[in-house]
Structure formats: structure tokens, C-alpha cells
Design a binder for this molecule. Structure first.
Ligand code: AGP
Length: 639
């Protein structure tokens, strides 16, 4: 996944684009680039502009320092910019965006892209036969040169025609020096939002790069193109800041105009600031009590033992009569969905299965009448999860979404859904979104269960506990220094195991993923009983093995597993219930992280939190970039 940002309006564009890239950098940070349209003093609207470009490997800050060395080269009020997560082509300057194409009449086209062009090889051959030479390996360069090849003097029309030849996913912003006041944007399968500001338009991959300019936005739909123009109202000269005329239109690829509803962004700026924390991940872990409160707010009625989910009201009967739920997701969201499977079966007594979206979508799934597919996703843009959802819908399933980003593609393609309401998650490693997903899935299970076999009293009891979770989490995060002290003693070990049973088995998976993705330590999560079927061979002297050992129906079995590991030299780290006087006989001092007592179905909301902090401290102690781990991006919008 990459980040694109573009601007056309009445302000100097360069610093604005760099700032936008910094807000999008969590989407990918292998390389970055910018292209600015300069229009000579006294130019009319017909005077061609001149495009200046700069591209660099590494973070946006590297690009910024290069651009700031020659500010006069990057003066202009139209520009495009990009921060890359490599898909096609190595991490090199040649493969960095923006890319360039030359038209037959010598004009320059530059373009930035998020997505993958699947038929790029065929198109590249076509273009090479027509004399185009390539400087890089990327699919985006092919797309840029195809637009240049087909350019007929009208950028909007050319983009429409070109995209009819494209298979794959794209969100693009493109400019041409022959049309120095026009920005064209388009999308299919990758997110793109257009901000409507005074005298300007901002195009970006997500709202974090728009919200500091405007809260008025339109969401482009797939196969739509936007043409955005802004220029001096008297059309005689291009003095930046003079009264500016702006206009835009959105069309299909067949040039049919479509109207787009202008929506109000719900995001505000301080939600995406660090707020004094060293890392977004730490901020998002520490703010989980508040995130859970906003997720629960207005949705639970403890007295009546009811869950109020406005997004599901119209589907309540269908959900209650569902014969099967299929939960589908990737990564951390998959771990949340797996907990959702356990919750729905126990609380709603409806058969469930949880599947990796990437597997589900290709295995010709059996979707019978009464099937509800429930997609779980923080970004609402994960390509595999989106396609799995579409596959299930095409086969007749009712489609639900549990999503964080309002207005995301998934939220617009489901029949109904529930937003997490935990605010924007910037850290690449998902924390508060996971807790939000599990909170929402718990509420959905109680929402359906209450309409099936759960008594009012039992639901009231669960809701009462759920309402205490924010305070419980606030207590747990106070152990952060103790957790760091524990991790310091084992952070040099390169192989860990995470073991849990029941609701804590998916938590073991999540704990292992957290540690892997930010500290690069190899870790494996599995059901505690599974260890004896092979992985126990891995146990060597001092190997860290993290057990989810909270009080519950399988506590004694977990203790047996702990003894099996200890007998082979493993070093036990345990997450245990406050007041457990037994667990410390198996661990070293300070190797137990405590959580308050709570019913088993709600335990993941608590037991996950110490593992988030464990991973955070391990990465910190290893001197790694917690918020931007190598090779990763916040949301995988490519297959
Ligand atoms: C989480 O820590 C990872 N960054 C990753 O597994 C993520 O959960 C996964 O890519 C799914 O993303 P989504 O929730 O936006 O669909």
C-alpha cells in the first residue's frame, strides 16, 4: 500500500504536499517523490507549465531535505506526491513515484499511483514497440507512459480511455504540462478521497492528509475519474493568492458525468498527532481505555440487558435466523475474527467459521441460504478481505462489516456494519483497533444472543463487565515498566512461543504477531495443547514461552502445559488473573503480568494488552522503529 497526495489551488504547493506525505507515511515508506507544476509569471491559462520532479529512496524527510535545498525550483500551485511501499520493482529511485511519460507532441505527463496494474507486462511490450524506453521496473511507469502514448490534448479524456485498458487496482493523480491548472484523479480498488477547500482541491489516499485543509470531502467510487481545475479568476496571470476560480467534475470511464455527495469528515487533527507520546503505537495502547469507552458509548443498556447497534437494527431478524456466520479477515483482524467465532458460537449459538480472506476467496466457498459473512478490517481497504466479501455477496450471503475507517470501501460495500469508533490508528502494528474489533464482535454476539437464548440477566452481567473493561485496561497498562523490566532479561532471544487455550488461543496468535512485526523476533502462537504435537521440540534452555494462564475452564490444563515447558528448560512468562497465588511458582520474579478477573468470553480484551506492551518494549530495546517496521505498511491494499 502507498500514500498519494495531490493539490491544485491558490497556495504554494510544495510544503503542503510534504506535510501530506508525512501524514500518509504509515502507508508505506520505502521511497518518496514530488512533482510540481511551475507556471511562468504573466502566463495565461493556455501557457504550458513546466514540471519539476524530485524522487528519493527512504523516508519523506530525505525528500524534504533535497527539495528544500532548491526551493525556487519547486514553486507552483499544482502538484502530486507519493510515498511508496514497493510492490513491482525494487526500492530504487528509478522505481520511486512520480513517474514520467512523454507525449507524441513532446509534453510531459507525471503520475502517482497506489495499487497494482496486473496487465502491465503486455502494455509495456506494446509501448516499447512504439518507441517508449523504460528507466525502471514498475507497473506505474507503464501506466504513465500509456497515458502519454494516448494523450490527445485532453488529460481527462485520455485518462478515461487509458483506464479502460487497465486490469488491476489503482488510485492515481496525474498532471500534464500542457494543462498547468488541471489535476486528474481516478480510482478502482484502492482508496482515494477528494477534499473540497476554499480555492483548492486536495486528493489523498486517506483523510489524514486532508483534514488540516478541509472537512468537506467526496469519496470517489471505483471506475470514476475526477477532473479538478483551479486558476486565477482573471485568467491573465498566475499570481498565487489572487481570487481563484475552481471547478471540478466526476465522470465514469465513458465520460458520463456522475454527481458525488459532499460529506463531512469526522476526523480532527489532534487525533492524528502524537500528543506527547514517543510513538503512535504507545499512544494507541495507552489510550485504549478511552477508545473502548467511545466504542461502547451509547451501545450498551446494562439495565435492560440490551445492545444497541443502529447499523444492524434493520437486519436483526436476518441475523437471528442466520444458519451460519463466516468471519473473514487478515492479520490482526483475523485474530479478532477468530475470537468472534468463539463468541458467536457461545453467546448466539450459531455455527461459525473463521477464514483467512486470502484463502476463502479462492477456494470456491460453499455459501448456503442463511449465511452471513462478516468482514473485519481496521482500514476497510485490505484487498483480500474486500474480495472475499465480494465473493460471498455474489454467492448470496448477507454482508456485514466491522470496520474502523468511516467511508472506507468495505463500509460502503457491505449490507450493514458496525464502526469501531476508536479513532484513526496510525501505528502500523494494530493495537486499539484490535481491541475495538473484539469489543464490537462481543457486542454483536450479545446483540444476536439476546434475541435468541441469552437471558436478560446474563446479558446484563456481561454488559456490566464490558463496561468495566476500560478501567481494567487502565490498570493493566500501569504495568508497562514491569513488563519492560521482564523483556530486558530475554530480549536477546530470537525464538519465542505464545500459548493459550479457548478464547486465549487467538490472543496467543496476536501476541506472536505483535512481537514479530515490530521487533523482528521470530515468534509462534498456537493452542497450548498443540505444543506437544511437535513444537515442543523447539524448547531449549531459556527459550521464552508466553502463556495466557488466566483463571478459567482450562486453567489446570494450561498449568500442565507450563510444567511440560519448564521441565525442558523453557523460561515462562505468564499473563494471569490478579490473586492467583499458584502461578508464580513456575515463573521468575517479575515474569507474571496481571489482569483483573473477568468472564472468559471477555478475557481477550484484557490479556492482549500486556502482550502489546511486551512487543513494544522488545522493539524499543532492540532500537527499532516501532511505528514504521521494515517491509510493512498499515494496510495491504494489494494482493
Ligand atoms: C496488524 O498489526 C498488522 N499491521 C496487519 O496484520 C493488519 O492487521 C492486517 O493487514 C489487516 O489490516 P486491516 O485490519 O486494515 O484489514
Amino acid at each position: 500500500m502507498c500514500g498519494i497526495v495531490a493539490y491544485v489551488g491558490n497556495k504554494q504547493v510544495t510544503s503542503l504536499l510534504i506535510e501530506g506525505l508525512k501524514r500518509l507515511e504509515y502507508r508505506g515508506y520505502d521511497s518518496a517523490g514530488i512533482a510540481v507544476m511551475r507556471t511562468p509569471e504573466g502566463a495565461t491559462m493556455e501557457t504550458p507549465g513546466e514540471i519539476t520532479m524530485c524522487r528519493s529512496v527512504g523516508r519523506v524527510s530525505v525528500l524534504q531535505s533535497r527539495v528544500e535545498k532548491e526551493p525556487e525550483k519547486y514553486q507552483g500551485s499544482l502538484g502530486i506526491a507519493h510515498t511508496r511501499w514497493a510492490t513491482h520493482g525494487k526500492v530504487t529511485e528509478a522505481n520511486a513515484h512520480p513517474h514520467i511519460g512523454k507525449t507524441k507532441d513532446g509534453h510531459t505527463i507525471t503520475l502517482v499511483h497506489n495499487g497494482t496494474i496486473e496487465n502491465y507486462a503486455t502494455l509495456r511490450t506494446y509501448l516499447e514497440k512504439r518507441g517508449h524506453t523504460f528507466y525502471g521496473e514498475s507497473d506505474t511507469e507503464v501506466l504513465t507512459k500509456l497515458i502519454a502514448e494516448l494523450y490527445d490534448g485532453n488529460l481527462e479524456r485520455t485518462v478515461q480511455k487509458t483506464l479502460q485498458e487497465i486490469t488491476g487496482a489503482y488510485a492515481i493523480a496525474v498532471i500534464c504540462d500542457r494543462e498547468p491548472h488541471t489535476l486528474v484523479a481516478a480510482r478502482k480498488g484502492s482508496p482515494l478521497i477528494i477534499g473540497i477547500a476554499e480555492h483548492a482541491y486536495i486528493v489523498a489516499s486517506d483523510q489524514s492528509a486532508i483534514v488540516s485543509h478541509t472537512t468537506q470531502v467526496i469519496h470517489l467510487d471505483d471506475y470514476q475519474v475526477a477532473r479538478l481545475c483551479a486558476g486565477p479568476s482573471d485568467r491573465k496571470k498566475t499570481v498565487v493568492g489572487e481570487p481563484w476560480s475552481v471547478d471540478f467534475r466526476t465522470t465514469t470511464l465513458e465520460n458520463e458525468e456522475v454527481t458525488q455527495e459532499i460529506q463531512e469528515l469526522e476526523l480532527d487533527l489532534q487525533e492524528i498527532e502524537l500528543a506527547g507520546y514517543e510513538h503512535y503505537m504507545l499512544k494507541e495502547i495507552m489510550q485504549q481505555p478511552d477508545s473502548i469507552r467511545t466504542c461502547l458509548n451509547g451501545r450498551i443498556d446494562k439495565r435492560e440487558g440490551r445492545v444497541v447497534l443502529g447499523g444492524l437494527t434493520n437486519l436483526a431478524k436476518e441475523l437471528v435466523r442466520a444458519r451460519k456466520f463466516i468471519l473473514t479477515a487478515q492479520g490482526t483482524a483475523y485474530h479478532a475474527a477468530l475470537i468472534g467465532e468463539y463468541l458467536l458460537e457461545e453467546l448466539a449459538k450459531i455455527p461459525c467459521e473463521c477464514e483467512y480472506a486470502s484463502e476463502f476467496r479462492y477456494r470456491n466457498p460453499i455459501i448456503e441460504d442463511g449465511t452471513v459473512v462478516l468482514a473485519v478490517s481496521q482500514s476497510g481497504e485490505t484487498s483480500d478481505t474486500l474480495e472475499a466479501l465480494r465473493e460471498a455477496k455474489d454467492r448470496g450471503a448477507t454482508a456485514l462489516g466491522v470496520v474502523n475507517v468511516v467511508g472506507s470501501t468495505m463500509s460502503r460495500e457491505t449490507d450493514a456494519g458496525v464502526y469501531l469508533r476508536v479513532g484513526p490508528e496510525i501505528g502500523v502494528a494494530s493495537t486499539k483497533a484490535f481491541i475495538g474489533q473484539v469489543t464490537v464482535l462481543t457486542m454483536i454476539a450479545l446483540f444476536v444472543g439476546r434475541r435468541r437464548f441469552l437471558s436478560k440477566d446474563l446479558v446484563s452481567r456481561y454488559l456490566d463487565e464490558l463496561d468495566q473493561v476500560p478501567e481494567f485496561v487502565a490498570q493493566i497498562v500501569k504495568q508497562t515498566d514491569a513488563i519492560k523490566a521482564c523483556v530486558e532479561q530475554v530480549v536477546d532471544r530470537d525464538n519465542w512461543l505464545f500459548l493459550g487455550r479457548g478464547y486465549n488461543y487467538p490472543v496467543a496468535l496476536e501476541g506472536a504477531l505483535k512481537l514479530k512485526e515490530i521487533s523482528y523476533i521470530h515468534a509462534e502462537g498456537m493452542p497450548a495443547a498443540e505444543m506437544k504435537h511437535g513444537p515442543i521440540a523447539l524448547i531449549d534452555e531459556g527459550m521464552p514461552v508466553v502463556f495466557l494462564a488466566t483463571q478459567g475452564s482450562q486453567y489446570d490444563k494450561v498449568i500442565s502445559n507450563i510444567e511440560e515447558v519448564k521441565a525442558r528448560g523453557g523460561r515462562i512468562i505468564a499473563v494471569a488473573t490478579e490473586g492467583d497465588t499458584n502461578i508464580e511458582r513456575y515463573t521468575d520474579d517479575g515474569f507474571v503480568f496481571w489482569v483483573p478477573s473477568i468472564s472468559e468470553p471477555l478475557q481477550p480484551l484484557l490479556t492482549t494488552v500486556p502482550l502489546q506492551l511486551l512487543a513494544y518494549h522488545a522493539a524499543q530495546l532492540r532500537g527499532l522503529d516501532v511505528d514504521k517496521p521494515r517491509n510493512l505498511a498499515k494496510s495491504v491494499t494489494v494482493e
